[in-house]
Write a protein that binds this ligand. Structure first.
Ligand SMILES: Cc1ncc(COP(=O)(O)O)c(C=O)c1O
Length: 346
């Protein structure tokens, strides 16, 4: 007899589904045509976001990828270059849209912890030489997703912002999970945001909304961002119905991210005790937990065996498996995970 396991879905915090209360807020939202700037719920979300991040204005966009692409369009022209760590989402997971669609090249490097240092900003910035592209933008991800949900501390961000200014680069923070950083570090998002020219964040990840991201920045830049969003096909009509989920998330789902972080920490401890010497568990700082393995074979066997027991996780590299905790996991997720892994026999 085969046992069917209820899925424990650790692939990403993007798998969260809107709760009944969030759906009710969506159903009740007043709406209008947002391309004509007549959707009151979108306007409220943008006002709340701008205020929360301490910037002049905000723009609601469909995805984090579009938010980052718009940021590149705001700060760079065709032939310019942006710099970032190699694991940065904009470079690694967005089809290099900045290069393909905007003609902006990337200059990247690996660092030990997945986050650039001021020295690297200095090294990666091109000299004023007609043979080189003009370096215009520094992109920093907070939290740094595939580095293990690492927090870029305020001090480090300030140092990076200082280095960027010294080289006349603009700074865009990809804050897809900046609320995770904020809750874990006890730092208001505005403290990071004031160091940056633009910041984007996702409502559709740990915050639990089904769709949506927001970019914040100066009013003039957000006016240009609206034009880019339209050009990219992201001008949406009665989208207050979706923005309402974002507003609900900002009002109700931020503080509870601490539960996701606690879950990741207990999962790390439990996996550390359960897995053998082929695995090494990286201590999580937020809701992303990385398990490093000794080989591609171990990774493949583990992911497949765990999947057969309903534990879904992602092999992000040959020797790296990612678990992401979120609000849709059951309270006894750790116990269930360990019990199933013990019988999986990798
Ligand atoms: C750090 C980071 N930035 C940007 C994105 C892109 O968000 P979206 O999937 O909404 O395009 C993601 C998505 O996983 C992400 O992890």
């Amino acid at each position: 007899m085969t046992t069917t396991y209820a899925p424990l879905d650790y692939r990403s915090d993007t798998v969260t589904r809107p709760t009944e209360a969030m759906r009710r807020a969506m159903a009740a939202a007043p709406v209008g045509d947002d391309v004509l700037e007549e959707d009151p719920t979108v306007q409220r979300l943008e006002a709340v976001a701008a205020e929360r991040f301490g910037h002049e204005a905000a723009l609601f966009v469909p995805t984090g990828t579009m938010a980052n692409l718009i940021a590149v369009a705001l700060h760079c022209q065709r032939g310019d270059e942006l710099i970032c760590e190699r694991r940065t989402h904009t470079f690694a997971y967005e089809g290099t849209g900045a290069a393909a669609l905007l003609g902006v090249s990337f200059n990247v490097t690996d660092t030990a912890d997945g986050i650039l240092t001021p020295e690297w900003v200095h090294k990666l910035t091109r000299p004023d030489d007609i043979h080189c592209p003009v370096t215009k933008l520094l992109v920093v991800e907070n939290t740094a997703n595939t580095a293990g949900g690492r927090i870029v501390s305020l001090e480090r961000m300030a140092a990076l912002a200082g280095a960027a200014r010294a080289h006349r680069l603009n700074l865009h923070i990809d804050g897809a999970r900046i609320f995770n950083a904020s809750v874990a570090a006890g730092v208001p998002v505005a403290d990071w945001a004031k160091l940056a020219d633009t910041v984007s964040f996702c409502l559709s990840k740990g915050l639990g909304a089904p769709v949506g991201s927001v970019i914040v920045g100066p009013r003039e830049a957000m006016k240009r961002a609206r034009r880019w969003r339209k050009m990219f096909g992201g001008g949406m009509r009665q989208v207050g119905i979706v923005a309402a989920a974002g507003l609900y998330a900002l009002e109700n789902n931020v503080a509870r991210l601490a539960d996701d972080h606690a879950l990741a920490t207990s999962l790390a401890a439990a996996l550390g005790e359960t897995l053998d010497g082929r695995f090494s568990v990286q201590a999580p700082e937020t809701n992303i937990l990385l398990v490093h393995t000794d080989s591609k074979e171990t990774t493949g066997r583990a992911v497949a065996a765990w999947q057969a027991r309903g534990i879904l996780c992602l092999a992000l590299k040959d020797t790296m498996i990612r678990f992401v905790t979120h609000m849709d996991l059951p309270v006894d997720a750790v116990t269930q995970t360990v019990e199933r892994i013990k019988t999986a026999g990798v």
